[in-house]
Design a protein around this ligand. Structure first.
Ligand code: ATP
Ligand code: CU1
Length: 570
């Protein structure tokens, strides 16, 4: 049988063979093809620029009005529907038909809602809600309670909307404003719900309600996401790790793939030159000088190794005209010739054949005018001491380990098998690294661990990007990652991953406790404690308001996000 790992290895070999070269990796070139985010919600309305600008300015105010207005309208509509439609007057046969239809739609809507929840990895919560919802459904159907059935349908429909909204938050960045809005909405609606219940004639439900609210607040304070984020952020900072969007990261709950960069992530930041084989008849001093000049200002581990070696051989700096960054190496013009210092696969794509066999080493080739190989450079990279424990840790958690490297496959296989990685993808450009991440995201959640050198895009696209930006090698775009490790050792990475996992576990516990409380209340209800019924009606009042708030917010976000800075609808 084909394992998960095999399937992806197959797919990867297909992607890797599509590599194009020479290829200038400019962000403009990559972004349109790679950074294809899920298509944004297209609003069917076309509105004038001025209106959009006005909407944007008064967005918050409008949200409030729409939300509370919507709630009042909703209640009024529900009441008038129930008043106009006299269920008792319908013939018993049609009453039965309507009951069955309502139960069935209830089941469908409930299942759709639970499924949406399932897709965000809230497995347990989704299961609780589905089971509890079905209990309610059965109870209402058996007792032939038409109003309750109608209410259940409505509530689940709204819950589905809320779930869509939450998925929307999970996909994007949770802004501070959105976060605060959520908190305000939740707290104010709780207050409103309490007032609603207090205004009811039956006071006996009050004590039950208070117990219920205390129970409800326990997990909220002890285990809530906000507390967790604070706690974990503090610990991360002690490790000199800066985090971004930790709330989003912690809501993801568990991972399926960890994609690792090789050079400088798993290996030490300086490579050691083993040998440089120069083509017979070529001026050696020119080679050393070309190497020194090419690598002079490069931060790449290979560059550091080559530079040191060539300097020691007496290389001098020549006024080269550098090409800027290209994938798979460097390019520069000197006098009327152009020189490339590139990888094995790049050399092959030029139709040239290296002399030396590649025995699991990192290789780099100096090529003149895309026609002849002047020098073959063979380098050794040392594994970082903690690389093995990192991989073992990840494997113990049963996440699939993938190596995505720009280095040649011979070396990648050597390092990969030494560490026992599940999948190895070599000869990747930064564009292909991003594609690898995207491909795995179709199967599950992806963490990317890299140095921010040839993988900024991959770091950005992954569900969590962890960049090991060595303070001595500040990579310009590393800040887009969710976590930044300020040292090149893997210790902080290992500890950060462990912290995240602890966070997910606690978050999971939170849902367990919540689900337990919900289920217990519902079971009590089924065993016919009429007072609790009131408490639950009160809490659904809370729910309703917060749902409407979230729904308004959701549509607003989709709508506003579709409008670019010029006020044009995309
Ligand atoms: N500064 C450089 N000097 C010499 N060769 C280079 C340089 N940069 C890249 N190369 C060549 O291109 C290949 C791929 O480099 P790239 O930076 O894409 O990946 P990498 O850093 O080696 O691996 P990883 O993706 O695991 O970090 C290298 O193996 C090397 O042959
Ligand atoms: Cu790297």
């Amino acid at each position: 049988m084909m394992t998960k790992a095999d399937k992806h290895a197959n797919w990867l070999s297909k992607v890797a063979s599509k590599s194009h070269w020479p290829h200038m990796t400019t962000p403009q070139e990559i972004l349109p093809t790679i950074a294809k985010q899920p298509a944004p919600f297209k609003h069917p309305l076309t509105v004038s620029k001025n209106l959009v600008q006005a909407l944007k300015k008064s967005r918050r105010m409008l949200q409030m009005i729409l939300c509370f207005g919507g709630l009042i309208l909703f209640i009024l509509m529900g009441q008038s529907i129930l008043r106009c439609f006299n269920y008792e007057l319908v013939s018993p046969f049609w009453q039965q038909i309507m009951m069955i239809l309502l139960s069935l739609t209830g089941l469908v809507v409930l299942s759709a809602y639970a499924w949406l929840m399932w897709t965000t990895n809230w497995f347990l919560e989704s299961l609780w809600r589905w089971l509890a919802g079905n209990l309610l459904l059965v109870q209402a159907t058996i007792s032939q309670n038409f109003t309750e059935l109608l209410g259940l349908n409505f509530t689940w429909f709204l819950l589905m909307g809320q779930m869509m909204y939450e998925i929307h938050i999970l996909r994007g960045d949770l802004s501070k404003f959105e976060w605060n809005l959520q908190v305000i909405a939740r707290e104010s609606t709780t207050l409103l719900g309490i007032l609603l219940i207090l205004s009811r004639p039956q006071r006996d439900s009050l004590s039950l309600l208070i117990i219920w609210l205390i129970l409800r607040s326990l997990p909220w304070t002890a285990l809530s996401l906000k507390t967790l984020v604070k706690h974990i952020d503090k610990k991360l900072r002690q490790l000199q790790v800066t985090s971004k969007n930790l709330a989003v990261a912690l809501q993801l709950k568990g991972f399926d793939y960890v994609v690792l960069d090789k050079t400088e992530t798993l290996t030490e930041p300086i490579a050691e030159v083993d040998s440089i084989t120069i083509k017979p008849g070529v001026d050696q001093h020119l080679i050393w000088s070309l190497l020194v000049s090419l690598e002079e200002n490069q931060k790449h581990p290979i560059a550091q190794g080559i530079y040191r070696f060539a300097i020691a051989q007496g290389g001098e700096v020549l006024p080269l005209k550098q090409w800027g960054k290209i994938s798979m190496g460097l390019g520069a013009d000197w006098q009327s010739d152009h020189y490339l210092l590139v990888s094995r696969s790049a050399v092959r794509q030029l139709g040239l054949e290296p002399q030396l066999k590649n025995n699991g080493k990192t290789m780099s080739y100096l090529v003149k005018n895309q026609k002849s190989i002047l020098a073959e450079i063979c380098l050794t990279e040392k594994l970082k001491p903690q690389a093995r424990s990192l991989v073992q840790l990840i494997k113990r958690w049963r996440w699939v380990t993938v190596m995505a490297t720009g280095d040649n496959d011979s070396n990648a296989n050597q390092v990969g098998s030494q560490l026992g990685l599940d999948i190895i993808a070599a000869d990747l450009t930064s564009q292909m690294k991003a594609q690898v991440v995207q491909a795995y995201q179709k199967q599950g959640r992806v963490i990317y661990l890299g140095d921010g050198h040839n993988d900024q895009l991959a770091l950005q696209l992954a569900d969590i990007g962890i960049s090991l930006a060595d303070t001595a090698l500040p990579y310009s775009q590393a800040h887009q990652a969710h976590l930044m490790i300020g040292e090149s050792s893997l210790d902080a990475s290992i500890q950060s991953l462990q912290l995240l996992r602890k966070g997910w576990f606690k978050n999971w516990l939170d849902h367990l406790v919540w689900g337990g409380i919900n289920l217990a209340t519902l079971l009590l209800l089924i065993w016919n404690f009429p007072q609790l019924h009131l408490a639950i009606i009160g809490s659904s009042g809370i729910l309703l308001l917060s749902l409407l708030f979230n729904l308004c917010n959701y549509f607003f976000n989709c709508f506003i996000n579709n409008v670019d800075n010029n006020g044009d609808i995309r």
